[in-house]
Design a protein around this ligand. Sequence first.
Ligand code: GLA
Ligand code: ZN
Length: 662
Amino acid sequence: MSKIGYGGDYNPEQWPREVWDRDYEAFALAGIDTLTVGVFAWAHLQPAEDRYDFTVLDAIVERACAEGKRIVLATPSGAMPPWLAHAYPDACRVDFEGRRHVYGQRHNACPSSPDFRRLAVALADRLAERYGDVPAVVAWHVGNEFGGSCWCPLCGRGFRDWLRRRHGDLDRLNHAWNTAFWSHTFTDWEQIPPPNALSEHWRGPDHTAFQGITLDYRRFQSDALLAGFLAEKAALRAHVPDTPVTTNLMGLYQPVDYHRWAPHLDFASWDNYPPDHASPARMALAHGLVRGLKDGAPFWVMEQTPSTTASRDVNPVKRPGVLRLWSWQSVAHGADAVLYFQMRSSRGACEKYHGAVLDHSGRTDTRVFREVAAVGAEFARLGDVTLGARTPARVALLVDWDSWWAVELSDGPNRAVRYPDVLTAYHRALWQANAALDVVPVTADLSGYDVVVAPLLHLVKGDLPDRIAAVLARGGSFLTTVLSGRVDEDDNAFLTDGPFADLLGLRVEETDAQGADVVNPVAFGGRSYAARHVFELIVAEGGTDVLGTYGADFYAGTPAITRRGNAWYVGTLLDDAGVAAVVRSVLDHHGLAGPLADVPDVEVAERVTPEGERLLFVLNHGATTVTVPCPAAGVDLLGGGDLAAGDDLVLVPTAVVLLRCQ
Ligand code: GLA
Ligand code: ZN
C-alpha cells in the first residue's frame, strides 16, 4: 500500500449493471481505491442450503480488479438469509426476556448454534477457495460488527462448558460466585441456567442477584462471538495463508471485550459513528482504544458516514469541513485507511436516508461528494508519508471491560456511575492537554510509560498491582479513582484494604452516595470543584499528602484527593474542571502536557514514521478561528510551505495542519 486506503462499503449486487459504470466514474473522481464488498451478500451467494452462486460476486471482483481497486472481501455472516432461519430456528437468538426470535434484522445469530456456525464456515471456505489468490484482495472482513447476546438453551450449554473450562470444578465455581449467599450452591453443572430476566435478573440486564454469574456470562458471550469469528478465520486461513483477516469493531462497545479479541485480529479496524457533533475527544479515545488492541500498530477506520446516519432519532448532516477534519483526526491517531459506509445510498429499507458518497441522485456535483473527493485528493497527494507511523506515547490510559461490566452490574453504591462517563472524563482531560496517549488493556506492558491513568478500575486481576508498583518505583506516576481496586476477578470484594492501598497510602472506610442534585465541593489547588454521586471517606496514612478535601457534610475537611509519592487518588467523581486540574498536575510533573495544551478545542497529535520522522497534526474542533503559535518547525504537508516554531498558525474552524517536523 502506498497511500492511505480510501473508499468503503460497496454493494453493487443491490444495483443493475449500468449503475456500476457510473459508480466507477465517481470513484475515479473521488480518489477511491479500496472497496469493501460482500458484507451482506449471503442470500445471493447461497440462495439455498445446497446451492451456491458466485456469478455476481465474480463480476464484482473482476470489475474491481480491472479498475485497479483494492478489495476488502467480507464473509456475509453478519446477516443470515431467510432460508437459514426457517430451516434452523436454533440459529435465531433467545432474548433477555427468554423469547425465541424468528427471522428478521441482522447481527442476530445465536453464537452457539452449530448449524449457523457450520453454514457460515462453509461459505467462508468457498469464498476463500474462490477468491483467495486474487491479488487485489488486501484484507478479509469476517462478518460485521459482532455483538449482542443470546440466552438460548444452546448458549446455556455453551456457558456450562465455558464454566467448566474456567472454574474446573463446582467448588471453585461456588466459591467464585459466592453462592453460599441465598442458598445458590450448585451441585450439578446442569443446574446452571443463563442469567436473564427469567433467572437472576430483575429490572434489566444490569440488575442481577449474582454479579459473578452475570459477569461470567458476559465473558462467555464475548468468547462465543469470538469463536464464530475464529471458525470463519480458520476456514479462510486454509486457503489464504497471508492476507490479513479482521472484523469491524465498534469502539467503546460494552457487550464485547475487544481485549479478548485483540490477539486474533491481524489488524484492528472500527466503525466511527460518534453519537453527536461534539465528540472529538470521544472519537480520539476510541481511535486510541482500537490502536491499543495491536500494541499501537496502525488500524483502519472501516466505516464512517460521509454525511448523516439514519439510525438515531435525529440525524444531522456533517457540517462543511467536518468530514475532512474527522478523517484527518483518524489518521492523526493511527489510521492507515479511512473508509465509508457506504458508496451509494440504499434505495429502500432502514438505511435509505443514511448518507453515502453518492446519494439517490447519483450526482457528483453535491456538497458531500465534493468533500469526499477533496479528502481523496489530499490522501492521494500525501502518499505514504503517514503509513505505519506510531504514536510516541509516554502516558497510558487503562481500559478494562471486566471493570466496566462489574461496576455497572453492581448493586451499590450508586447506579449513576457509568464506566464510559468516568473513562471519557479522564480521557478528555488528557486529550485537552494534548498528551501523547496510548489506551491499553490492564495486561499491557507498562514499562514504557511515565504516567498510568486508571479511572474506575473496579476489578483488579493478575499482576497489575506489581506492574503499577514498578512504574512508581522508577519515578512514574499512577492516578486512579473512586471505586477502584474493590473486587477481584470473580467480582468478590477483597478482604483487605485493596490491592492499591499500600501504593496509595490510604484506605477507604465508607462510601457515601447521593443523588445527582447533591454537590459536595472539593477544594484542590486553590480552587473548588463540584463532586457528585459517590464520596469515599478516606483514611490517609502518615506520609500521604491530602491535596483535596470535601467541603460539606459530616466528612467535611476529610481527604478527597490524595498523593503518596507519585501515586494519586481521587475518591469521588469530580466535575470536568476538577478532573482536568488533577490530570494536568500529574502530567506537568513529568512535562507531558502536549503542545497547545491550553488552547481549547485545538487537538495536537503526533505520529512518528518508521524512519523516525515526526508528524504533527493540528486540528481545530472549535467553532471559532484561533491563532496559535506553530508548535514546531516543519513543512506544512497539506497547505504547503515551511513553518517555523512560533509562527502564527491561523486555524479556522475545522482547520487541519499536518506538519512534517524538521
Ligand atoms: C454499521 C454497519 C453498516 C451500516 C452502518 C450505518 O456500522 O456496519 O452496515 O449499517 O452501521 O451507520
Ligand atoms: Zn444462543
